[in-house]
Design a protein around this ligand. Structure first.
Ligand code: NAD
Length: 491
């Protein structure tokens, strides 16, 4: 039976795309085709932007206290549909059911924070900046804003943006990852039920052409992006060259330092969860461990055990601790990088290649892999792998280890494991990373903190989430007023 392709969600309705090309959306655990996603043409982006601009006229006049009511309803609907959504995420993205459920929680938290819009959008006023003259600043929404999102968090990443954008009075257009578009189409069913006015939230499915149509459309005022660094750079430069506000989160290569005084049992457990959770496809995943001094042998032994005992399988099987990677291409790329590490002189201590999962022989599985002695200056130590591969490298002192952390292009996350307050302080003070963990493997900021990537992990000024979200989606307007008494009519 032919699979019905996904639609777009435009002006409050599920609309069939007139696309001439479609891509299969595959279950990474089986490689079965789940659906087809349209590569929508530019005209469909134009129609959505027009609908968004029309919706904006009324939406911006709707009091913020009213605008957040459908967001409250959306939160409840997400909670009511949690199980179904977790299963959709697992089927199209591959992560385990528990990981999908955790993602939903993180998404909901962003809706909760965005519901603070009536306070967070408040302006400021100074009376008498000069005699009889008052000055105030108000925040106004921008208009139509857009987001372009990656495959690894099909629900959470779009909700880093959407709730803030609409709570501030903008209309919001999303292009989800063409690898995982089903979760967003389910969300649009809930958006329709929650009672947002038509055109306030829209989805256009597709790939590069949709992105370019968004970047070049004169009525799109701001663009949020999350994905790989080369695409982040491209989107940031084209969006800003076209006069748009942009925030673009890129790739990562996150180091953790393991000090000799660390509690090795906890450290290994947390480090393994960070490196292998979501099959290493998290932008905050630990990718390189720098062991300091005597930490080397014990950490290596324990992490090798943790890697080889991790249960790899299909994400909906209860016993599974780690699922597949997203595509066959991704699997091939990761395996090539493992071989490159070996060529550069690293020792493969646990080899995750060439394994099959019984019953899922066609799935894109790479098992946990440990490479020891990865040369710091080499290619592998610098390349984002985005798979369950943990590289170990060694330093003699904390100073050397911090210098190794800082000698890299990315600055998404960095962590230290230690029982020394002094070492922890030195690390958090000196490390060149925007999200820092102390005895934590995945330092993911809560929704009320900015997601603070640095360097090649972020292009822009205002980050996603929290107060930055409200600032990004509003423009400040300053009003200076003089109302002399003598001009007033006498009553
Ligand atoms: P990707 O860059 O391939 O794709 C992201 C989005 O960009 C998708 O919607 C895709 O359709 C679009 N896109 C891809 N190539 C394009 C092009 N040439 N022109 C225009 N648009 C294009 O990323 P991905 O593989 O979906 O996601 C994984 C990447 O995302 C990793 O690098 C990861 O580190 C990063 N990521 C970063 C964060 C963060 O917070 N910094 C969070 C999640 C993921």
């Amino acid at each position: 039976m032919a699979i019905e392709p996904l639609t777009n969600f435009v002006n409050g309705a599920f609309v069939k795309s007139g696309a001439s090309e479609f891509l299969p959306v595959r279950d990474p655990g089986t490689t079965d085709v789940l659906t087809q996603v349209p590569l929508s043409p530019k005209e469909e982006v134009d129609a959505a932007v027009t609908a968004g601009a029309v919706a904006f006229r009324e939406w911006r006049r709707t009091p913020a206290g009213e605008r957040i009511q459908p967001l409250f309803r959306l939160k409840v609907l997400l909670e009511q549909n949690r199980d179904e959504i977790a299963k959709i995420i697992t089927r199209e993205c591959g992560k385990t059911y528990v990981e999908s459920d955790a993602e939903i929680q993180r998404a909901i938290e962003n809706i909760e924070v965005a519901c603070g819009a009536p306070s967070m959008m408040q302006g400021v006023t100074n009376e008498d900046i000069a005699r009889g003259i008052d000055e105030s600043m108000v925040r106004q929404p921008l208009g139509v804003v857009a987001a372009i999102t990656p495959f690894n968090f099909p629900l959470m990443v779009p909700l880093w943006f959407m709730p803030y954008a609409v709570a501030c009075g903008n209309s919001f257009l999303l292009k989800p990852s063409e690898k995982v578009p089903m979760t967003m189409m389910k969300l649009m069913e809930l958006v329709a039920q929650a009672g947002f006015p038509k055109g306030v939230i829209q989805v256009i499915n597709g790939a590069r052409d949709v992105v370019d149509a968004i970047l070049d459309h004169p009525d799109v005022r701001a663009v949020s992006f999350v994905g790989s660094t080369p695409v982040a750079k491209y989107i940031y430069s084209r969006a800003t060259a076209n006069g748009k506000r942009a925030q673009c989160q890129g790739g990562a290569k996150n180091p953790i330092i393991v000090m000799p005084d660390a509690d090795m049992e906890t450290t290994t457990r947390i480090a393994a969860d960070s490196a292998f959770g979501c099959a290493g496809q998290r932008c905050l995943a630990a990718s390189v461990a720098i062991t300091v001094g005597d930490a080397r042998n014990e950490f290596l032994e324990r992490i090798a055990d943790a890697a080889s005992s991790r249960k790899v399988g299909y994400g909906l099987d209860k016993a599974t601790q780690m699922g597949p990677v997203i595509t066959g291409d991704s699997k091939a790329r990761i395996e090539k990088l493992i071989a490159m590490g070996e060529m550069e002189g690293a020792k493969i201590v646990v080899d995750g290649r060439q394994h099959k999962v019984s019953g899922y022989e066609d799935g894109n599985f790479v098992f946990p892999t440990i490479l020891d002695g990865v040369p710091h200056g080499g290619e592998l130590a610098r390349t984002e792998i985005f798979g369950p591969v943990f590289s170990l490298t060694h330093a003699s002192t904390i100073e050397e280890a911090i210098a190794m952390c800082n000698d890299r292009a990315y600055g998404n996350a960095a962590s230290i494991f230690t029982t020394s307050g002094a070492a922890a302080r030195q690390f958090r003070y000196e490390v060149a990373s925007g999200n820092v963990g102390i005895n934590l493997g995945v330092p993911a900021p809560m929704a009320y903190f900015p997601f603070s990537g640095w360097r090649q992990s972020f292009f822009g000024d205002l980050h996603a989430q929290g107060a930055h979200g409200f600032e990004f989606y509003t423009e400040t307007k300053v009003i200076i007023e003089r109302w002399p008494k003598e001009w007033s009519r006498k009553f």
